[in-house]
Design a protein around this ligand. Structure first.
Ligand SMILES: N[C@@H](CCC(=O)N[C@@H](CS)C(=O)NCC(=O)O)C(=O)O
Length: 228
């Protein structure tokens, strides 16, 4: 299998797709397609029916959409940690992952992911309060915290992740949001801070972040950290 991914410091959906591939335990390779180059649109059109990545190339298929990729992998590796083993936990995991897949547009737009940026990075950049005060953003942050809290209260007894001791695709869906909260110093309740820490410290997430840092060194740390 080959997964087409974007720049690791900023590509939330390909981070999620990559985490799904890792969670499946199946062998795969990656190919990087940077999205902001002059030839990116043409390259995207050549590999992706939707003009979006990730794309998983496997079995003669080009699978677009992170959710479809995760479900394909789950069918091939149903004992993997993509979804929880318990049926009701699995339904709950699909619900919370689905909410992240389909909602939070204002929050995503206000605080784009940048894994190598720490706020504030320089004078002249507006304070994070300005970003967080955009319409809908604070309510959506509160909703993310509520999802984490309520899911962990029911399913998270035996570990630090949403469904306890096993990091699942539901955590993968929220990992880019956890990183945004850290990057933009979003004020959070104590239990949310603990979850952010657990999520970003998971070995697979840490591996992706290390890759983002390596890319930033290669491209030029300051240029990458200044985006967007
Ligand atoms: N719903 C899609 C969203 C994919 C998406 O928006 N990917 C971004 C990269 S993170 C993209 O390909 N953007 C195209 C562009 O910026 O030209 C999924 O679940 O995979």
């Amino acid at each position: 299998m080959k997964l087409i991914i974007g720049g690791k410091w900023s590509s939330t959906w390909t981070m999620r797709g990559w985490l799904a591939c890792k969670l499946s335990g199946l062998p795969f390779e990656t190919e990087t397609l940077f999205l902001s180059r002059a030839d990116s649109k043409d390259k995207l059109a050549a590999v992706s029916l939707t003009g979006r990545i990730p794309v998983l190339i496997t079995d003669g298929q080009r699978i677009t959409d992170t959710w479809a990729i995760a479900e394909y992998l789950w069918e091939r590796a149903p004992k993997s940690d993509i979804w929880p083993a318990d049926g009701s936990a699995r339904t709950a995991a699909r619900m919370v992952a689905g909410e992240m897949h389909g909602h939070f547009a204002e929050l995503r737009a206000a605080i784009p992911m940048n894994l190598v940026k720490r706020w504030p990075i320089a004078d002249g950049i507006p304070s994070n309060a300005k970003l967080l005060d955009r319409p809908g953003v604070r309510d959506q942050i509160a909703r993310v915290e509520q999802i984490w809290r309520e899911t962990r209260a029911v399913h998270g007894d035996d570990g630090p992740y949403l469904f306890g001791s096993r990091f699942t695709f539901a955590d993968a869906m929220y990992a880019p949001m956890a990183s945004r909260f850290r990057t933009y110093s979003v004020p959070l309740a104590e239990d949310s801070v603990s979850y952010v820490h657990a999520c970003l410290s998971h070995p697979l997430v840490a591996e992706w972040i290390a890759g983002a840092e390596d890319q930033a060194q290669e491209i030029g740390w300051d240029a990458v950290a200044a985006w967007p």
